[in-house]
Design a protein around this ligand. Structure first.
Ligand SMILES: C[S@@+](CC[C@H](N)C(=O)[O-])C[C@H]1O[C@@H](n2cnc3c(N)ncnc32)[C@H](O)[C@@H]1O
Length: 447
């Protein structure tokens, strides 16, 4: 990686123009430069992720120091300013002079010599006055304060406030900014947590126990997952504990047939295939070949023989599988408000209209999903969002329109997870409140 700042600049421009999602753009660069210095790779990743994560705060600051509003700047200049401000405000180890000089050099290198003085002026001014920048006051306008402080669009904050009190909303959005460790699911069939933990520690990875699921670990101090032997050899894979809990609640038993309708990259299917110990069959579907390739990569890495990937559009009824499955998992496409801390694009892409369209799509998928379950079998409906319309209302819609009843899951939850609604068959996990992503899980039984 010759110049991590230039790589970051390119990714930020692409993401700003909505040409690519940030996690894909970042992982493409990291893959291209997988043998570059660990320090450069880490700097690049932090700069892109941090700039996107703090974009609303950064734009608020930029607009105080520039006559031209940041939204009106040319994309390259906007990206340069944003990443320059991020370094000045949030990267203590980077001298402000380096952040300014490098931004000026990049402006000139990319044909914007005339604007390099503007970039220099704005960044140096912010650097000089950073201790006295004025931010919105909590007691004057709570929504604007929360939006600028935690870099979350105002409409999302107002949307959360319809369901939760102000304090809970602040806890949720504050959690999106917390440092995230990578959570791994350790496969029981590959030795389980203790064996895998030892292997990871031998490679100097810092490993902590998960908080909800017995075979979960949280890791830090590593560079590239594929460099870790346990990961390469398919003994573990990345999965948040909320998703592990979802697959665990599906409760598949040895020998059973499980359909996972929207399954890429295959997390819940992998958990299930491991749980049924090589017996039975897990059919993992997704919409495109690109997606099922991701599932296939995982199947190959884990060496599972009881799991199969297939391209199948879940909105189309598959007559051949009516009443065929003991367990159906419908982990549907959703607005993703529960994982905004991990996927920075979500907060800039999703809209209230978009969420309404998603409810329609979810119901189309569910109309088919309910038909694949055997009588007495289980349907898991889940999303990684915090939106009653996509979650509780859809669950109720299933119960009102099909021959399903909610299953009391109180006893199936981890001991340290007490959620009142579990007796009614569902839980809404909230980041900042529960030790995992924001996630909704409903368990239903076909009568
Ligand atoms: C929440 S993600 C699934 C995550 C996955 N269950 C896991 O645990 O790794 C939703 C998935 O739905 C897929 N999807 C979207 N529309 C679909 C459709 N009409 N049919 C099947 N899959 C669809 C997306 O490609 C995406 O991979």
């Amino acid at each position: 990686m010759e110049n991590p700042r230039e790589c970051a600049l390119d990714v930020l421009i692409k993401v700003d123009k909505k040409e690519e999602l940030s996690h894909i753009a970042i992982s493409n660069v990291l893959e291209k430069y997988q043998f570059s210095e660990k320090r450069d790779r880490a700097f690049f990743t932090r700069l892109v992720e941090g700039t996107l994560e703090r974009q609303i705060t950064i734009d608020y600051v930029a607009d105080q120091f520039s006559k031209t509003k940041i939204r009106k700047c040319k994309p390259l200049i906007r990206a340069l300013l944003r990443m320059g401000i991020y370094q000045i405000l949030y990267m203590d180890q980077v001298p402000d002079s380096a952040a300014c000089n490098e931004a000026v050099k990049l402006a000139k290198k990319r044909g914007f010599s005339r604007l390099s003085g503007f970039v220099n002026g704005v960044l140096r001014n912010i650097s000089r006055k950073k201790e006295t920048i004025s931010y919105p006051k909590k007691d004057k306008n709570l929504v604007t304060y929360l939006s600028v402080t935690y870099s979350i669009p105002e409409w999302i904050i107002k949307f959360f406030m319809k369901t939760y009190d102000d304090e809970t909303v602040e806890k949720i959005i504050e959690s999106y900014l917390e440092d995230k460790k990578t959570t791994l699911c350790c496969l029981m069939s590959k030795g389980g947590k203790d064996v895998i933990r030892k292997e990871l520690e031998e490679e100097n990875v810092t490993v902590e126990d998960g908080e909800l699921i017995e075979n979960a670990v949280k890791i830090s101090d590593y560079d590239f997952l594929y460099r870790l032997r346990a990961f390469r050899e398919g003994k573990c894979y990345v999965q948040d504990e909320s998703s592990m809990l979802c697959a665990k609640l599906a409760g598949a038993k040895e020998g059973q047939f499980v359909m996972d309708l929207c399954s890429a990259p295959g997390g819940k299917s992998l958990y299930t295939a491991d749980q049924i110990k090589g017996s039975g069959q897990v059919l993992s579907r997704d919409l495109t070949e690109y997606k099922t390739d991701l599932i296939e990569d995982n199947i190959e890495r884990m060496g599972f023989t009881n799991m199969e990937a297939e391209v199948f559009d879940a909105t189309i009824l598959d007559e051949e599988h009516i009443e065929a499955a003991d367990v159906v998992i419908a982990d549907v496409p959703c607005s993703g408000l529960g994982i905004m801390g991990k996927k920075n694009d979500i907060k800039y892409h999703i809209s209230e209209d978009g969420m309404k369209d998603l409810v329609k799509l979810q119901r189309e998928i569910l109309t088919n999903a309910v038909q694949y379950v055997k009588h007495g079998g289980t349907l898991i409906y889940s999303t990684c969002t915090i939106n009653p319309e996509e979650n509780e209302k859809n669950m109720q819609w299933i119960i009102n329109n099909f021959d399903y009843e909610a299953v009391d899951i109180t006893e199936e939850l981890p001991k340290n997870l007490k959620i009142e609604t579990a007796k009614d068959g569902y839980i809404q996990l909230l980041p900042g409140v529960h030790p995992c992503d924001g996630f909704f899980i409903a368990k239903l039984r076909r009568k």
